[in-house]
Write a protein that binds this ligand. Structure first.
Ligand code: GLN
Length: 488
């Protein structure tokens, strides 16, 4: 059961091949026996999950089930879950049990999803390797000496290892797409505002966006159908109507124009990864698409722009963690200033502090115009590059990452080398566009991802391209060695 896609599990549940209680037990048992290898979960919700599974079985028996009813999933530990600890990978929130659900959680619950638990992540979603978690690094199921990517590394590893059929993630600069690529799964970062941010712990509010992570594009479409839509409680959530994201999955790609940005295929891209991407593009051509070279001339400015804007927004968002209201509080503060400073000194990790320092500096009175304002101006140019491209093409394609998953510890002392990992993903967030990563090959036994970038609110098109690609290839169907099978 743990090997199946969500779509296959739905069929199994609805035809009575197994119950949600059996399915949920299967995943909980796998987590209990295997996750010590990966460290992909921070909290497991055994009892709540079994109760939700029994409730789902009743709905199925009563004929009141949708496609997600009874399907177990894992939530990134950035989404508030009523009564279940939400740590955001930080000591600061290690003791935080939210009194409410994030809108995304509410919507998935409404549709009968069973939450297995909360997945490990880089602290406050800052990172590309999952090494910045207070709960320790996550290991890549394809190679446990390699990182799973970040910041949604726990979600990606859990799905890849068959500890959950699907998971939620968030993407501020690549955190759904990059771990999806490194772990050989499919991840979709929707258009900014497509999915509510209410109850999702804020990192960089103008960039953060939640989305699905699963084995296939079809499964991502099923999850997006539940997650997407306007939320009156989130003023940045979009009023643009949603659609049935499954309806156009099988559409033909005949005549589809795919733009290949020159800047995404140059120096810095690992040649073996480039060969996989070329092969994937040939596959899309064989399915009827036309490849067109395009240019995103401001690509070289995306890393500096993002690493001003994201830390600036993070520094203001993280000012709320002061030891007064909720979360960590230092022992025996001598006065108010000591309470603030020691709480933050002890509660935040190194990368989070680095971002707070950079962000506070960039926003300070004498430097605001030189850094933050300038970055916002460049952000506009980066967005315009995409708008210009979409005058010529329907989707943009390229690699998700410069290479396959790197070794644990290999970049953790060099923040700039780590930031360079985000070279192909950041611009999508700066422009507010939807982006997706689909498994597209293997390099040295580790997966690599093809990135597809769509027009604003073009999720259905991306899912369609991903689905057709997955019908013609089997990269998404490959699985890492399963220790449970080897032990048997
Ligand atoms: N790796 C990027 C960062 O460290 C993006 C993280 C994210 O998307 N949450 O900020």
């Amino acid at each position: 059961m743990h090997d199946k896609t969500v779509a296959q599990l739905t069929a199994g549940l609805q035809t009575g091949q197994f119950s949600s209680a059996e399915l949920t037990r299967c995943f909980l048992d796998r987590i209990a026996s295997l996750d010590s290898r990966y460290n992909s979960f921070i909290s497991v919700a055994d009892e709540q999950a079994m109760a939700a599974a029994r409730a789902a079985d009743e709905r199925i028996a009563a004929g009141d089930a949708g496609p997600l009813t009874g399907i177990p999933i894992a939530h990134k530990d950035i989404f508030c879950t009523d009564g279940l600890r939400t740590s955001c990978g930080s000591r600061m929130l290690d003791n935080f049990v939210p009194p409410y659900d994030a809108t995304l959680v509410t919507r998935l619950n409404r549709d009968g999803v069973v939450a297995l638990g909360k997945t490990n992540m880089d602290e406050f979603a800052m990172g590309s390797s999952n090494e910045n978690s207070f709960y320790g690094p996550v290991r890549n199921p394809w190679d446990t000496s390699a990182v799973p990517g970040g910041s949604s590394g726990g979600s990606a590893a859990a799905v890849a290892a068959g500890l959950a059929p699907a998971a939620t993630g968030t993407d501020t600069g690549g955190s759904i797409r990059q771990p999806a690529a490194f772990c050989g799964i499919t991840g979709l970062k929707p258009t900014y505002g497509r999915v509510s941010r209410l109850g999702m712990v804020a990192f960089a509010s103008s960039l953060d966006q939640a989305g699905p992570m699963a084995r296939t594009a079809e499964d991502c479409a099923l999850l997006l159908n539940s997650m997407a839509g306007h939320d009156p409680q989130d003023s940045t959530s979009s009023q643009v109507p949603t659609e049935d994201y499954c309806a156009r999955l099988a559409d033909s790609l005949q005549g589809l124009r795919i733009g290949l940005p020159r800047e995404y295929f140059g120096a810095g891209l690992d040649p073996a990864t480039a060969a996989c991407i070329d092969q994937a593009l040939k596959e899309l051509e064989a399915l009827g698409a036309t490849l067109v070279e395009v240019s995103l001339p401001h690509s070289h400015l995306t890393i500096p722009t993002y690493y001003v804007i994201a830390p600036a927004e993070a520094s203001t968002n993280l000012s709320r963690y002061d030891g007064v209201r909720y979360g960590y509080r230092c022992e025996q503060p001598t006065d108010l200033l000591d309470l603030y400073t020691r709480t933050r000194e002890e509660g935040f990790g190194e990368e989070v502090k680095r971002r707070i320092l950079v962000g506070t500096y960039a926003l300070s009175a004498g430097y605001y115009d030189a850094y933050y304002k300038k970055a916002q101006q460049v952000r506009r140019l980066i967005k315009q590059d995409f708008i210009d491209c979409f005058g010529q093409v329907d989707v943009i394609a390229g690699p998700t990452t410069p290479g396959p998953a790197f070794a644990l510890g290999s970049k953790s002392d060099d923040p700039v080398a780590m930031y360079l990992e985000d070279i192909y993903t950041l611009a999508v967030n700066l422009a507010g566009l939807p982006g997706m990563s689909v498994p597209a090959g293997m390099v040295g036994g580790k997966p690599v991802g093809l990135q597809l970038i769509g027009q604003h609110f073009g999720e259905a098109r991306l899912l369609n391209v991903g689905h057709r690609f997955q019908q013609a290839t089997d990269w998404h169907a490959r699985r890492p060695a399963d220790p449970a099978v080897e032990a048997a």
